[in-house]
Write a protein that binds this ligand. Structure first.
Ligand SMILES: [Zn+2]
Length: 148
């Protein structure tokens, strides 16, 4: 009996370690990947990239479009997660939240955000700074996609 418990513990240990630091998105096991040529741009959480401004009270609100004037949580994605390196904004009608992608030169990312200008085969990659987002610019890449 005691032996079995140890065996279970030893099997579980690496699993616990892996799930405990699962910060970088990993492609789902047994999921079929496909490749797509996409237009890839970069963004950060700044006013310019995310269409927000501060009111005279210092509150962050959406700068224009249908949600103009609505409260905006800076650095929060459309799916409610915190935007970080590895966050991808995509056309969620095509690539729903949770889709894992591999972008050469950027690495793995997960779709957690969207934007009105992000449509079809166009994705936006999150960077820590506006400078880094600008440096990435606008490039065509063959992206590997794992649908959730
Ligand atoms: Zn920016």
């Amino acid at each position: 009996m005691k032996h079995n418990m140890w065996a279970i513990f030893l099997v579980m240990l690496p699993l616990l370690v892996v799930s405990g630091c699962a910060t970088t998105p990993k492609p789902p096991r047994n999921a079929q990947a496909f490749e797509r040529k996409m237009e890839v741009t970069g963004y950060c959480k700044c006013k310019q990239c995310c269409n927000w401004q501060r009111t005279w009270l210092g509150r962050a609100v959406v700068a224009d479009g249908p949600a103009e004037g609505k409260k905006k949580k800076v650095g929060q994605t459309a799916s409610g997660t915190k935007a970080k390196v590895g966050t991808i904004a995509a056309d969620t009608k095509k690539y729903p939240f949770g889709t894992v992608m591999y972008i050469p030169g950027y690495g793995y990312g997960r779709v957690e955000d969207r934007g009105t200008a992000i449509q079809g085969e166009h994705i936006d990659l999150y960077f820590d700074s506006h400078k880094a987002a600008l440096k990435w610019g606008r490039v065509d890449k063959v992206v590997k996609v794992w649908a959730p």
